[in-house]
Design a protein. Structure first.
Length: 173
C-alpha cells in the first residue's frame, strides 16, 4: 500500500484499530487531568467513536473493509467528519434547549379557514372564570364537544365526531 501511495495512487487503510487506540489514549490522558476533563473528553471520544462506527455501519467504509466500492481513506475521513459534525451539533442543540425543527404557520395554507369568532365564543363558553385560560377538564369537554378529543379505545376514535354528526342529523329530522 505504501508503494501505491508513493506512485500517487488512491489507497485506503482500515482506520478502526488506529482510531480506537488514539481515542483510548485521549480518554486515559483526560482521566489523569481530572474529573471535569475526563467527562468532557469521554463525551467527545464517544461521539467520535459513534460517528466512525456508524460510517462503516451505513456502508461507507474504506475499500479494505468494504471492497472495491468502498471509500478511499480521504473520502472516509470526510464522511466521518461530516457525521461527527452532525452529532456534535445535535448534542449542542440538546444542551442549549434549541428546537431544530420549524413548523410553518398553518394560517398560510390555502385551505386554512378557521372562524376565529366562533373559536373565541367556544373558548369563552369553557373559560368560566373569564381569565383567558382553561384547565385540562375544560379542554377535554371542549374537544369532546367539537368531536376531536382523543379516545382511549382506538376503535372508538372518531366516535365523538360521528355522534355529533348523528345528533345534528337527528335534530334536523
Amino acid at each position: 500500500m505504501w508503494h501505491a501511495h508513493l506512485r500517487g495512487e488512491q489507497t485506503s487503510m482500515n482506520p478502526l484499530g488506529m482510531t480506537e487506540a488514539i481515542l483510548g489514549a485521549m480518554d486515559h490522558a483526560a482521566s489523569l487531568a481530572g474529573e471535569e476533563s475526563r467527562l468532557e473528553m469521554r463525551k467527545f471520544t464517544k461521539t467520535l467513536r459513534t460517528a466512525l462506527h456508524n460510517t462503516f455501519r451505513y456502508g461507507q467504509g474504506t475499500r479494505d473493509m468494504a471492497g472495491p466500492t468502498g471509500n478511499t481513506t480521504e473520502a472516509f475521513v470526510e464522511k466521518v467528519a461530516w457525521r461527527f459534525g452532525r452529532y456534535l451539533q445535535k448534542q449542542w442543540e440538546e444542551e442549549e434547549g434549541l428546537q431544530t425543527t420549524f413548523a410553518p404557520d398553518p394560517k398560510f395554507r390555502r385551505n386554512y379557514n378557521v372562524d376565529k369568532e366562533a373559536l373565541q365564543q367556544l373558548f369563552k363558553e369553557y373559560d368560566a372564570e373569564g381569565k383567558g385560560a382553561i384547565g385540562i377538564d375544560q379542554l377535554e369537554l371542549m374537544l369532546a364537544k367539537i368531536g376531536v378529543a382523543p379516545m382511549k379505545d382506538p376503535l372508538k376514535r372518531g366516535s365523538a365526531s360521528s355522534d355529533r354528526v348523528r345528533a345534528s342529523a337527528e335534530d334536523n329530522a
